[in-house]
Design a protein around this ligand. Structure first.
Ligand code: URA
Length: 444
């Protein structure tokens, strides 16, 4: 086979065969195919698209380019969740302990992520001593003994995706549904899960800006998973405004702890319960948790009776973290400068633009633009209002946590732009816009 023939075929809008896709991905991962030929193929795919079969084959080829995790020594039915990423999205920190507290083991490998705030690993590292670098043996042992482990990748999952994503980033080929779906799902398929709940965000703070675009991506990912023998559920959730109050690493851990202790912002708690209920339903495969209402009630109990909190605490302890910070979140890293943002006028909140809040958080140092950028765990923004809330002039609508006065001033400009008011009646935004359920009915 020759790479140039495969590029030519896709350039001419033809369908690639399984052998051609697998060969290309294998040789690109090994370095036998150079970046310039992979770039040309990516652009041809970007312009001419891929069929469902081609997309599934591409995803499987990318998944198999590295280690395929086998979690069968931990559980016969591994479950996982994936969020397409959002502002203030600390859902994993709450959902996984809920599920584990109900006896369903969760062994999850997570990432750091670029952008406005850290990924799950960065958030956990706000807890002093928390070790995300576990060996394969440590990862499995902890999952078996405590039923909950959250760590970085032990081996190399889907290395083809790492190489291709870097190339897409510099060749203007990121924004293609087949390529996005294959990228996300290749990592999920390699991570050993049989049941996967996807939390696909939409709105100004998300990759997908509209319900239709998010639905199309979600459906494609559900199809890929289903065609690869996984049980799939995708939730379409709002990311026009931040999720919960806190945006920033230690602030988000604090909010997750409040939620695990039965409190926390109502919209964030509700979001976590919904995701947890679907994970439980998958894990019960139609038996133990017959429907999401039943699963939700059990999930809610774990927040109210402290069992989800205890699971989280046990995970922190087992992974070397300082549990005094879990017991007393005021011990988490704190920023030296605090400043409130006040409502400029009385009225109804018409916008809390998640993308602008994200910029504020990034400016403060809570996220990273390059992989090598350090993260400041203490800084971030708390946003106290949601779209549809009524405020009086001067009400505190946000609080900035900064370690640098100049950055605080810059962040303030973004926050003031993010939050807008109206004298008209404004509806609250929905948390969810729909569910795509791809479950194989024969299994339930
Ligand atoms: N997240 C991914 O992992 N890949 C994409 O292509 C887009 C978002």
């Amino acid at each position: 086979m020759r790479a140039v023939d495969i590029i030519e075929k896709k350039r001419d809008k033809q369908v690639l065969s399984t052998e051609e896709i697998e060969w290309f991905i294998q040789d690109y991962t090994s370095g036998a195919i150079p970046d310039y030929q992979a770039s040309a193929l990516l652009m041809a795919i970007f312009l001419n698209g891929m069929s469902r079969e081609e997309t599934v084959t591409l995803t499987m080829a990318m998944a198999k380019s590295g280690e395929m995790l086998d979690l069968s020594d931990i559980t016969d039915y591994a479950i996982d969740k994936h969020s397409s990423g959002g502002v203030g999205d600390k859902t994993t920190l709450v959902v996984l302990p809920i599920v584990a507290a109900l006896g369903v083991p969760v062994a999850k490998m997570s990432g750091r992520g670029l952008g406005f705030s850290g990924g799950t690993l960065d958030k956990l590292e706000a807890i002093k001593g928390f070790n995300v670098n576990l060996s394969d043996e440590e990862f499995r042992k902890q999952a078996r003994e405590t039923q909950l482990v959250l760590a970085g990748q032990t081996g190399e999952l889907a290395p083809a995706d790492g190489k291709l994503y870097a190339l897409r980033d510099v060749t203007a080929t990121v924004d293609n549904l087949s390529l996005i779906a294959a990228s996300i799902m290749s990592k999920k398929l390699a991570s050993g899960a049989k049941g996967i709940v996807l939390d696909v965000k939409l709105g100004c703070g998300a990759f997908m800006k509209t319900v239709d675009a998010a639905r199309e991506l979600a459906q494609m990912m559900v199809d890929i998973g289903t065609d690869s023998g996984r049980d799939m559920v995708a939730l379409l959730s709002d990311m026009n405004q931040p999720l919960g109050v806190a945006v920033g690493n230690a602030l988000e851990v604090k909010e997750a702890l409040e939620t695990l202790n039965g409190g926390g912002p109502a919209n964030f708690r509700e979001h976590c319960l919904e995701v947890a209920a679907y994970m439980l339903q998958l894990a019960g495969r139609g038996k133990k948790w017959v429907d999401t209402d039943f699963a939700r009630a059990d999930a809610e109990k774990t927040l109210n009776d402290g069992s989800a909190f205890s699971k989280f605490r046990l995970m922190v302890e087992t992974q070397g973290g300082d549990v005094s910070m879990v017991d007393d979140p005021t011990l988490l890293p704190q920023a030296s400068l605090l400043q409130t943002v006040n409502a400029k006028q009385a009225g109804n909140v018409s916008q809390v633009a998640a993308d602008e809040i994200a910029r504020a958080s990034l400016v403060l140092g809570a996220g990273r633009e390059k992989k090598s950028d350090p993260i400041d765990a203490a800084v971030g923004v708390e946003v106290f209002v949601n779209v549809g809330d009524t405020v009086r002039e001067g009400d505190v609508v946000a609080r900035i946590h900064a370690n640098d006065a100049g950055k605080m001033d810059e962040a303030r400009i973004f926050i003031e732009k993010a939050i807008q008011y109206s004298t008209d009646g404004i509806e609250h935004l929905p948390l969810f816009y729909g569910v795509i359920d791809g479950r194989n009915p024969e299994k339930s």
